[in-house]
Design a protein around this ligand. Structure first.
Ligand code: ADP
Length: 173
């Protein structure tokens, strides 16, 4: 079974087969981790995104698409769209679960052995961090138990609060 690693820092620096971007439905870049990934990876990533948009018109919430990693140390970027958190009664939990799961499935389809995730939806999209961390960890653990392509998942936390939440969750077995 695959392993889970936890690090604190900037996901654009991570050497993995793929890093995941918390994108928006337009796939045309934005703030937060999305902006950082496009800045560090260069214009090739946006070129690939434009091709995807021409083909399928963006990316729906909970879905995922894959592009080159451009100049990043990672070979691919998997762009997924997490939900904007409103009341919590608009299917946000399920959509966040789908964002993680569809990213992992796309990774396996592309022979990705190591993949790094940011804390999707916990920035501008305001998903409560504790609930988001629990969904992320459970989705990844369940996936790793049933697949043999993805060998390592790295959770990359940017802020202290997310980092401690993941530390606590991953210490429980
Ligand atoms: P969303 O719109 O999905 O909420 P954000 O980019 O606003 O996306 O935030 C998602 C998470 O990514 C937040 O926890 C934020 O702290 C984190 N983040 C921002 N920049 C980086 C980075 N360079 N590397 C890793 N995580 C980052």
């Amino acid at each position: 079974m695959g392993t889970i690693e936890l690090v604190q820092g900037d996901i654009t620096k991570i050497k993995a087969d793929a890093i995941v971007n918390a994108a928006n439905t337009s796939l045309m870049g934005g703030g937060g981790v999305d902006g950082a990934i496009h800045r560090a990876g260069g214009p090739e990533i946006l070129e690939d995104c434009r091709k995807i948009v021409a083909r399928q018109g963006g990316c729906k919430t909970g879905q995922a698409v894959i592009t080159t990693g451009g100049k990043l140390p990672a070979k691919y970027v998997i762009h997924t769209v997490g939900p904007v958190y409103n009341s919590g009664k608009r299917g946000e939990d399920e959509l966040l679960h789908s964002a993680y799961l569809n990213s992992l499935k796309l990774a396996a389809e592309n022979d990705v052995h190591t993949i790094a995730f940011p804390n999707i939806s916990t920035g501008i999209y305001h998903f409560p961090k504790d609930k988001a961390a629990a969904i992320a960890v459970k989705t990844v653990q369940d996936f790793l138990a049933h697949n043999d392509v993805v060998e390592k998942v790295i959770f990359v936390c940017f802020d202290d609060e997310n980092f401690s939440l993941y530390q606590e969750l991953l210490a429980q077995k």
